[in-house]
Design a protein around this ligand. Structure first.
Ligand code: ADP
Length: 434
């Protein structure tokens, strides 16, 4: 028997018993009135309970309402149970929604949800930076009203979203490059995803420039060499001429070797971890080698002075330090006229650090070039650099080595007066070498 049937059965039994009791104690004649009275009371009781349930449902106030009689008590109990489950499910869904929104908001990529009419339904905060779209103010605005880039308008009109779209000159600064991808979903809705690809594109451009530069640098000596080889092969040359051509070819092949060596050094610097502080570079030995190399490059044409007043040694990689110091001295010689004085100075600084400085009285560098001379293949005077065997990579190596040894590269120069290139080492990177 159903619950309702059972309760109705109990009610009838109770009614019969009470009616017979009424008849027995009071009178049989008044029993029908008594029954009608009981039915009216029961009717109003049910009405009251229905009304109460209606109120509680309206206020969503079913938890803790177990009061009531008979079947009503059970109904309230069941509703309370279901209401609790529902509340738990809602709060779990709300938590999940919050987490999802937090994740999307933290994303560096923009996300815009568009409805069937391409109106903005929702977007994350980064869209303000990418498109200057305000997540609150611009809700329900057609996206094409806010994003008026002609390429985007055409992309939306063509509605072929199989390939992403690249938009230049975006963002608040106007220097941002964005990659846009539209993903249709649901019933003609769309997801618009945006990614800032400025850094990726910049790296791509650097890489392309680098490959072009390397190819160009190798092409020149190779062209010269192949020209001379053809001449030697095809023309009857005297021994003297042959020897001269061979000398030129040796110079060109040396140039290629230097370039490849410096490229390998840069690659090694790029890919290896920062030099540990566990190894001490014996600067006394470094300076000895530096002076031998400098004298051999200068061939007595310059006055080279070494002043090492500091007794500190650098902690790091000796091959990197030799390469960096060597490049600075090498440049000072190559960019100084004959008879020019070059001062190599290793001295203490008041804060406990030390500086390695190379000062020359050579050509000097115009101020507009100084911020760029540490870039790979950047040269102020291309022909002088090439004529003296330069590759345009020396200062890029110096800057890299400085960074890896927590040192700062400082450049001071005046055109026609000379230059000072300084590597300033912090206290932490030095030990007493006395
Ligand atoms: P390079 O192999 O051409 O010397 P670097 O990277 O060593 O390449 O130097 C970059 C450019 O900076 C050089 O081409 C040169 O124009 C300039 N430069 C470097 N050192 C000096 C210096 N001591 N005096 C004048 N110009 C310099």
């Amino acid at each position: 028997m159903s619950n309702l049937g059972l309760h109705f059965f109990y009610f009838l039994i109770a009614l019969m018993l009470v009616s017979f009791l009424w008849a027995d104690l009071i009178s049989w004649q008044t029993m029908p009135y008594f029954l009608v009275g009981v039915m009216i009371v029961a009717y109003f009781f049910q009405l009251w309970n229905i009304n109460r349930l209606h109120d509680l449902l309206l206020k969503d106030d079913l938890i803790g309402r177990k009061r009531g009689l008979g079947l009503w008590r059970e109904i309230y109990g069941l509703l309370e149970k279901k209401s609790k489950v529902l509340h738990q499910e809602i709060s779990a869904a709300a938590d999940q929604y919050d987490r999802f929104i937090q994740g999307v908001q933290a994303s560096p990529n923009g996300l815009i949800m568009l409805d069937k009419m391409d109106r903005i339904q929702w977007c994350n905060k980064i869209c303000r930076e990418h498109f200057r779209i305000d997540p609150v103010r611009d809700t329900n605005q057609p996206v094409a009203f806010l994003l008026r880039h002609p390429d985007f308008v055409q992309y939306m009109q063509e509605a072929d979203f199989s390939t992403p779209l690249q938009l230049d000159h975006m963002g608040e600064s106007g220097h941002v490059m964005l990659r846009l991808q539209i993903i249709p979903y649901g019933e003609s809705q769309k997801l618009l995803l945006s990614q800032d690809i400025t850094a990726i594109k910049k790296n791509e451009a650097i890489r392309q420039d680098f490959v072009a530069n390397v190819s160009h640098e190798l092409r020149t000596p190779l062209t010269i060499m192949s020209g001379f080889l053809e001449t030697i092969r095809d023309l009857p040359l005297s021994e003297e001429e042959k020897a001269r051509y061979l000398d030129i070819m040796v110079t060109q092949s040396d140039r290629m070797l230097t370039l490849v060596d410096e490229l390998l050094i840069l690659t090694r610097l790029d890919s290896s971890p920062v030099s540990p502080k566990t190894r001490t570079v014996n600067l006394a030995e470094v300076f000895e080698r530096l002076m031998t190399d400098a004298r051999s490059l200068s061939k007595g044409r310059h006055i080279i002075i070494l002043r090492a007043s500091s007794h500190k040694y650098v902690l790091g990689s000796d091959s990197e330090i030799i390469s960096a110091f060597g490049n600075l001295v090498n440049n000072a010689i190559r960019y100084s006229p004959e008879g020019g004085e070059i001062l190599i100075d290793w001295s203490d600084l008041p804060d406990g650090g030390a500086r390695f400085a190379v000062t020359d009285r050579g050509l000097g560098i115009a101020p507009e070039h100084i911020p760029r001379i540490t870039e790979r293949f950047y040269r102020v005077d291309l022909s002088r650099s090439r004529d003296t065997g330069g590759t345009g990579l020396g200062l890029a190596i110096v800057k890299h080595v400085a960074m890896r040894h927590q040192a700062e590269l400082r450049i001071e120069s005046q055109i026609g007066q000379g230059s000072t290139f300084e590597m300033v080492f912090v206290k932490d990177r030095l030990v007493d070498g006395a």
